[in-house]
Design a protein around this ligand. Structure first.
Ligand code: SF4
Length: 331
């Protein structure tokens, strides 16, 4: 039976934007719920601005939600005492950032970067620091580790820097790592190596990953399940194979249609009706209705809820059932 590690319940972030007389609400993330089992890899996929990176930051407690719950092993981490519980939580939930050139401090060596989490979380005695750092470098494929430990970030390639960032995330032996587009700044040849490394880490250490990406091919290769986001809302969840073989939600279909056969990047424009995601002062109805070629009257009047399908698949669209958001049931 699956061992549930993380449970996200109705998570939301709404910002007030605008001036004194033209206040608006930006709904960056709205009513997002999903779970991650121990050793699971879940991909969050969507266009820029869909809320996927914000969700990763919320889960890593780098931003505060305005609503919802984050449960780790069934314990609501937002209710516990912020500082002490936050430190313990951060030990168990780590983040890899998108930009390997900015996530390492140029004035410090690799050894310094990897020693910080080990010291801050009092994981190791100072005599054992160097052997443990060498071991971490070996784990992420920087071999021989002695050649890298005293280097500064400027003398490393982008791929090597991202491996150092991954080693830093691994230092606390976390249960979950949120990887925010970890390969998007790297050359294509290096991307595959980093994805392989993450897959190996999952196998060897049972680390769960939330993999934020706009690269459907990478999501398929790495993830057990894919969650599709649009305008801050989840619109479809399925196993990677099911979603790539037969996307149900019209937006997921557009994402797949826009992805090249090789590489799967979504940098090319989507073959959709013109329009941007509506998440400023959102009105009732489907957020995708303006761009959807199959929109019906009901789509513009009431927000669709979840329709559940085989294989724990769910889709938020009236084409698959008349479930309204205010009367939906979770299964
Ligand atoms: Fe299109 Fe309606 Fe489905 Fe939204 S609910 S994706 S508008 S068919």
């Amino acid at each position: 039976m699956a061992d549930k590690l993380l449970d996200i319940q109705h998570l939301g972030v709404h910002f007030a934007i605008g001036g004194l007389f033209d206040k608006s609400t930006l709904r960056a993330v709205h009513d997002v719920h999903f779970s991650v089992d121990r050793g699971d890899i879940v991909a969050l996929v969507g266009e820029s601005g869909s809320g996927k990176s914000t969700i990763a930051k919320l889960i890593c407690r780098l931003e505060k939600p305005t609503s919802g719950k984050i449960l780790l092993d069934g314990k609501d981490v937002l209710e516990t005492e912020p500082h002490a519980a936050g430190k313990e939580y951060r030990k168990r939930v780590q983040m890899i950032f998108q930009y390997p050139f900015g996530s390492l401090n140029p004035v410090h060596t690799v050894a310094y970067h990897l020693s910080r989490p080990l010291q801050l979380h009092q994981i190791i005695r100072s005599n054992d620091l160097r052997p443990r750092i060498l071991q971490l470098l070996e784990t992420v494929g920087l071999r021989p580790a002695e050649d890298f430990i005293d280097k500064f970030p400027h003398s490393l390639s982008g791929g090597q820097r991202q491996r150092v960032a991954i080693a830093r995330a691994l230092a606390t032996e976390p249960d979950l790592i949120c990887a925010d587009e970890p390969t998007s700044m790297l050359d294509v040849s290096i991307r595959m190596d980093i994805l392989r490394l993450l897959t190996d880490l999952r196998k060897e250490q049972q680390t769960a990953f939330i993999f934020v990406t706009h690269d459907l091919a990478a999501a398929r290769q790495l993830a057990d399940r894919i969650l599709v986001l649009y305008a801050g809302q989840l619109v479809e969840e399925a196993t990677s194979d099911d979603l790539i073989a037969d996307p149900k939600h019209p937006y997921a279909q557009l994402l797949l249609a826009a992805a090249p056969q090789q590489g799967g990047s979504l940098d090319t424009p989507l073959p959709a009706k013109p329009g941007a995601p509506k998440n400023v002062d959102p009105q009732p109805g489907c957020a995708f209705a303006e761009r959807c070629s199959q929109a019906m009257d009901v789509c513009r009047q009431q927000t669709p809820g979840w329709t559940w399908m085989e294989n724990k698949r769910r889709v938020r669209c009236y084409l698959y059932g008349d479930t309204r958001a205010d009367e939906e049931t979770t299964k």
